[in-house]
Design a protein around this ligand. Structure first.
Ligand SMILES: [Zn+2]
Length: 174
């Protein structure tokens, strides 16, 4: 059976987004959506590799440091693991727009995952709430799921990570 990956955007998928033009800078500001740990655990149990791919331009802008981002991720992983859920990897683009090859909608973070894991793109997914997530997933060649009410050209649209995961697992048995 080929390895398969579910790539997850962070803000707007795992946790509530910051106010416009602001960033999640501390663990205090991080608020999980309901059911996220359960959803990720279902993916773990179904043998998916689960990776976060997140743009955090606030680092380039000096609003927060990479240490701040890493601390949030440490706490996030701790919290998830209390519920038996596990993230295999977290990829962060801390760069300014137009200065790198990893900021979504570019695919650099997906290629970082490809350097670590062997997986079948046809059985893999990108789940995101913004157009750059969907564009990046398409460019890389995985299936795309948009958690949004907006009109993105994703392969599937739904309202939450829980719904996205249920869809993935339902497709998996077909
Ligand atoms: Zn970057």
């Amino acid at each position: 059976m080929p390895n398969k990956v579910v790539f997850l955007d962070r803000d707007g998928v795992i946790n509530k987004v910051a106010a416009p033009h602001d960033y999640i800078k501390t663990w205090n500001e991080f608020e999980f959506f309901d059911g996220v740990a359960t959803a990720i655990k279902k993916l773990n149990d179904a043998q998916y590799i689960v990776c976060i791919v997140t743009n955090q331009r606030g680092v380039a802008q000096g609003i927060m440091s990479m240490e701040d981002v890493n601390e949030i991720h440490k706490q996030m992983r701790c919290e998830l693991e209390l519920s038996g859920a596990h993230l295999d990897a977290i990829f962060v683009c801390p760069h300014e727009n137009g200065t790198c090859t990893c900021r979504k909608p570019q695919t650099g973070m997906f290629q970082q995952a490809e350097a670590i894991y062997q997986f079948d793109k046809n059985s893999s997914y990108m789940v995101g709430d913004s157009e750059s997530d969907i564009l990046a997933g398409k460019k890389f060649g995985v299936k795309t799921i948009a958690i949004t009410i907006k009109e993105f050209a994703a392969d599937y649209k739904c309202n939450s990570l829980c719904e996205a995961v249920n869809y993935i697992l339902q497709e998996d048995v077909k």
